[in-house]
Design a protein around this ligand. Sequence first.
Ligand code: ADE
Ligand code: ZN
Length: 322
Amino acid sequence: MTWTSLPKLELHLHLEGAAPPALIRDLAREKHIDLSGIFTETGAYAFRDFPHFLKVYEAATSVLTTPRDYGRLTAAVLENCAEHGAIYVESFLSPDFCGGGDLHAWRDYLAEIEDASREAEKTHGIIHRGIVTCIRHFGPDAAKPAALCAAETAGPFIRGFGMGGNETLGHPRDFTWAFDCAREAGLHLTCHAGEWGGAQGIRDTLHHLAPARIGHGVAAHADPALIAQLAETAIHLETCPGSNIALGLFPSFAAHPLAKLRQAGVNVSISTDDPPFFHTTLTREYEETARAFDWDEEDFAAINRMALAAAFCDDDTAARVK
Ligand code: ADE
Ligand code: ZN
């Protein structure tokens, strides 16, 4: 076994956040857009802190202006994932970036994303499913068209609805309409919480939006009652240790609460969030958690089983993830 070839599942990946910097630079050059301010001298994405990260993310995304760009992006991202042993990937797709919340435009973007996903499954054997996401700092009025896009395209590929963005702005109760709309369309739900919003952010999210999964959720680690609630109700946490460390939430993998949460009976998986931004890969996440927590192949088999049980794909697809 090598860490690279070990099979892995990725439940928390932002499609634009996974864009190789070289692809973004190529698109910027082709479209005569000056993006020099968002890269370091060595060509990596450059940001100071979380709010600045979101700005750089949105600047990079501004060169992805056509459905074909998203086809190229999807192909590049899934090739990278497959190189790191990913056999199943769910990615966050945003109608705000793909057509500005317009349903007809969204369908065109989605067609290219699905085409590239089918091609990647043929070439690399990797299975990709989409979670439509609204963006918290764009506000509840933008979340509604995003939810409608999700509801109208729910099916074998679009499996879920979620929310990312700046958790320190707005309140989960402002997004109930969007989440209810997606739930009524049969979509599975996830929501970023407990990354920047503390344990109360997780409680509010569970109370108002009732998702089955929480993106990050690591702020629960300091709240024993919330840990017990997460374990009892089998809420799944999509943890992204390398992202949390790169953004300064924890100083190291050894200091990350993933092992403590798992030990307490919480359902957890390991994902990369925005891998090139955080200088990470699924291989690095598995390798570093193995080193930090003394985990072996058995532990990662258990992590993968929790991820598959929490995956939003249908049962026939889940049966093919091996
Ligand atoms: N969008 C992309 N990455 C994110 C993160 N780590 N938190 C919230 N929103 C995001
Ligand atoms: Zn995220």
